[in-house]
Design a binder for this molecule. Structure first.
Ligand SMILES: [Fe+2]
Length: 380
C-alpha cells in the first residue's frame, strides 16, 4: 500500500486502511472501499489530508503506522471527553474533576503495547488529519512519539531520579507516567480563548504572552486528578523549556528541566512541525527530523536527539519522495540502521517501476517528500 494525498487521488483508488474522524475517533470509511467522487468529497469535508491506498505501485509495501486505528480511535474519544471537561472547568474557574483523567491509563497502556510490538521497525509518523483535529491528534501523536523515544532512552540509559542519579528499574512505571504527562502536556491550552488558539495569522506580543501561560494553566487544571504526580507535573510545566534556557515559562536550563520534559519537548516540536495547524501548513516528516537534529545541543537534549534520530525515519515506507534528479519514487522499506537510506521503488523515468536500495547505491539522493500530505486548501 502507499500514502496518497486526498488532493491527488487516482481514479477508483481502493482504501487500504480504515479512515477515522480526527475530531471524535468515529469511523468514516472502511478499508476495501473504492473511492468514488462522493467518498472523496466526504474525505475533504472531514479534512482528511492523505489516505492509504492499495494499487500496483504500492504492492508488497507494508508500513507500520505509529498507532492502529483502534488505539487512535479510543485515544481520540478519551481526549475529546477530557477536553470537554477541561472547558467546563475553565468556564467555572475550577480544577478538573478528580476522575477526569480516569480513561487515560488505558490509552497509555495501549500506546505502549503497540510501540513494544513494532520496536525494531520504522513507524510512519505522517499526520493525516486537518487543523480542526489538531488539538486531539497532537496530544496523541506527541504521546506516541515521546514513548517511542522514551522507551529506547530508558532501555539504553536508565532514568534520572529526583537526586539526579541514574536508575535502571521500574521502566514500565516510568514510561506509563511519561505517557500520562505527554497526553496532558497541552491541557492548559483549553484555557486559551478560541480567538488565540485558532488564530490563522501571527500572534501579537500580548497574545503570545497568553499562550505562554498554558504550561502553568495546565498544572493548575490537573492537580486534583488521579493522574497527578511529579513526573506528570514536569511534562506539563516544562515541555516548552529549552536545553539552552531559551524556552518558557521560566527559562530553565539543561538538567534543570525534568528529563521526561526534555523528551516531551522533542515530541512536541516534531509533531507540531509535521501537523496541519490552524495557523501553519504541515511540513514533511523529513523536515521535522531536520528541525529536531538542527536543535540538538541548543534547543534539545543531544542524547535524546541521538535516540530520536535512530527511531524516526525521515522517509517511512509507503510515502512518495522526489529524487535529486527529478524522478519520483515510493519508499518500500527502511533498514534498521541508516534510516535515511531506504529501499525505493522508482516510479517514473524511462523504465518500468524498479526497486533500488539506497544503502547500496550512493549515487541516488532523496530531495524530499513529494508534497505529502498536501495542505488541505489544495484540495478545496
Ligand atoms: Fe504546549
Amino acid at each position: 500500500m502507499r500514502l496518497v494525498s486526498t488532493a491527488n487521488l487516482p481514479e477508483d483508488a481502493r482504501l487500504a486502511r480504515d479512515i477515522l474522524s480526527g475530531r471524535d475517533g468515529a469511523p468514516l470509511l472502511r478499508a476495501g472501499v473504492t473511492l468514488s467522487a462522493r467518498f472523496i468529497e466526504h474525505l475533504h469535508k472531514a479534512e482528511i489530508q492523505a489516505v492509504w491506498i492499495d494499487d500496483e505501485l504500492g504492492r508488497g509495501i507494508d508500513p507500520v503506522p505509529v498507532l492502529s486505528a483502534q488505539t487512535r480511535s479510543e485515544a481520540t474519544r478519551a481526549l475529546a471527553a477530557l477536553h470537554e471537561e477541561a472547558r467546563r472547568a475553565v468556564a467555572a474557574g475550577r480544577t478538573l474533576d478528580p476522575e477526569a483523567t480516569d480513561d487515560l491509563p488505558d490509552v497509555v497502556d495501549a500506546i505502549l503495547q503497540e510501540i513494544e510490538e513494532h520496536d525494531a521497525r520504522a513507524v510512519v509518523l505522517a499526520d493525516l488529519f486537518g487543523p480542526s483535529a489538531y488539538i486531539f491528534q497532537h496530544s496523541i501523536d506527541m504521546a506516541a512519539l515521546g514513548l517511542l523515544v522514551g522507551r529506547r532512552l530508558i532501555v539504553e540509559h536508565g532514568w534520572l531520579d529526583y537526586k539526579g542519579e541514574r536508575q535502571d528499574d521500574r521502566h514500565e512505571e516510568r514510561l506509563f507516567r511519561l505517557g500520562m504527562g505527554l497526553l496532558l502536556a497541552d491541557i492548559g491550552k483549553l484555557a486559551l480563548p478560541e480567538s488565540i488558539l485558532n488564530k490563522p495569522g501571527k500572534l501579537t506580543e500580548e497574545e503570545w504572552e497568553v499562550v505562554k501561560a498554558h504550561p502553568k494553566n495546565g498544572v493548575k487544571l490537573v492537580r486534583d486528578t488521579g493522574a497527578w504526580c511529579p513526573l506528570v507535573q514536569g511534562c506539563v510545566l516544562r515541555h516548552h523549556e529549552r536545553w539552552n534556557g531559551s524556552g518558557y515559562p521560566e527559562g530553565k536550563l539543561d538538567t534543570e528541566i525534568h528529563e521526561m520534559a526534555r523528551i516531551a519537548a522533542v515530541a512536541d516540536v516534531f509533531d507540531a512541525v509535521t501537523s496541519e495547524r490552524p495557523y501553519a501548513p504541515a511540513k514533511s516528516p523529513h523536515v521535522g527530523v531536520q528541525t529536531i537534529l538542527a536543535g540538538a545541543g541548543t534547543h534539545f537534549d543531544p542524547v535524546i536527539c541521538d535516540v530520536f534520530s535512530r527511531r524516526v525515519a525521515p522517509f517511512p515506507p509507503g510515502v512518495e519522495v522526489e529524487l535529486t534528479d527529478g524522478r519520483r519514487a515510493i519508499v518500500v522499506s527502511v533498514p534498521e540502521i541508516e534510516l535515511d537510506r531506504p529501499v525505493l521503488r522508482v516510479i517514473n523515468g524511462a523504465d518500468a517501476p524498479f526497486d533500488v536500495a539506497l544503502g547500496q547505491d550512493p549515487s541516488i539522493q532523496i530531495a524530499g517528500w513529494n508534497a505529502l500530505p498536501a495542505p488541505f486548501a489544495a484540495a478545496a
